[in-house]
Write a protein that binds this ligand. Sequence first.
Ligand code: MLT
Ligand code: ZN
Length: 485
Amino acid sequence: MLKAECFFLTFTATETPKMAFRKITPQILEEFRLILGEDYVCFDDDSIRNYGHDETEDFNFPPEVVLKPVTSEEISSILKICNKEMIPVTPRGAGTGLSGAALPVFGGVILSMERFSRILEIDERNLQATVEPGVINEVFQLAVKEKGLFYPPDPASKGSCFLGGNIALSSGGPKAVKYGTTKEYVLNLEVVLPTGEIIWTGANVLKNSTGFNLTQLMVGSEGMLGVVTKIVFRLIPMPQKTIVMLVPFFSAEKACESVAAVFKAGIIPSAMEFMERDAIDFAMRFVSGLSIPIKEEVQAHLLIELDGNDLDPMMKDAEKISEIMTIFGSDEILFADTEEQKQNLWRMRRCVGEAVKSHSVYKEEDTVVMRAELPRLLKGVKEIGKKYGFRSVCYGHAGDGNLHVNIIKGDMTDEQWSSNLPAGIREIFELCVELGGTISGEHGIGWVQKEFMDIVFTEKSLQIQKGIRDVFDPHGIMNPGKMFI
Ligand code: MLT
Ligand code: ZN
């Protein structure tokens, strides 16, 4: 018997799907078993519960069944059935997403990519690699590092997130400021279309001016246009040295102001992260053994990394950065002396999101503006918070103008939380657009931001995007309920 309920906090989608979805019958289930074998068609209580949520707030939508294919052909057969029978399919990587893009909001099939975990080739001659989408980001980074190569995209969840999920959301991370996000590294993709055909989107070349760019259309499409089954990445040589510095400020806005000045001076750090005071305090409480002496008056920090192969010019850049920071009122800069100190500073930065979220019910926004507008964004977020009565903890990729705004419930009542928040978030997003930015820099739209897409796109522009989806997925079975209302 299929178990279609979950034990805790279950949700159902409110939107009407394009066409009426059908439930999975015992006969369809039998067809799945014939394709995958008994062991990879799961509907026990644990599977239904564990695959019903990702890292997005407290959502849980129970799927009807969890399928675990291992070849493109198996996925093709599954999608042909689902397309014919009108069964919704939600592709899923490691479930580390923060916008609910992997939530099976209409039930149906969860297509777990966990068995697609092979690095197929690291081509040292061409500085490329071919991988399956279920490879963990950091496992891939370390494998190419052994060959002296570098795959820079490094989301905070790099130790657990899958490369396929990174493609679905065009994930970023601290290194994006110098090296770009996932999309900059994707050359070619094997994709199983919602109707079951298998295509390659491009060619394994560095230049390509041939036809529409289906590869880049797939990147960031949140699993709505097909299932990525192979990825060809370009790689770059691994820089050998880093300098890491932690810069304290007595004013968070001044810290943000200093960011654009560094780039204006001709320096591109390999990371430039902002953490307001609360963020660093939460992180230090969350991770044992992490402790940095911080003066009481310090309001924010920038964590800056420079990389390269030659320490002399890197030191000169670090000195120049120190001078710029002083102009903006920084306090004494901490330079990490050892590899361990560098790792600890990064550990602290990477756990901020988790630390803040472990503290209270929360809602995370992934705002992004032009770099020089960051101070106005931060100021605006705090003013909007005051107006609507919420506290936020801000941190993120300052060099990219990408500020994560974690709104925490703290002692707000349920009533205040549910009535004040949507209007407050809408105002924050309107401010982003006013400042030339948009509503997500790297977490995607998924389930939780879709009601705000009208702030960014005109009706016509949304129509074009939905039209593209319909070309790929005429029955609307792939990851329905996401990105658009
Ligand atoms: C980060 O930069 O820490 C990540 O995007 C994760 C998060 O904000 O929770
Ligand atoms: Zn981030």
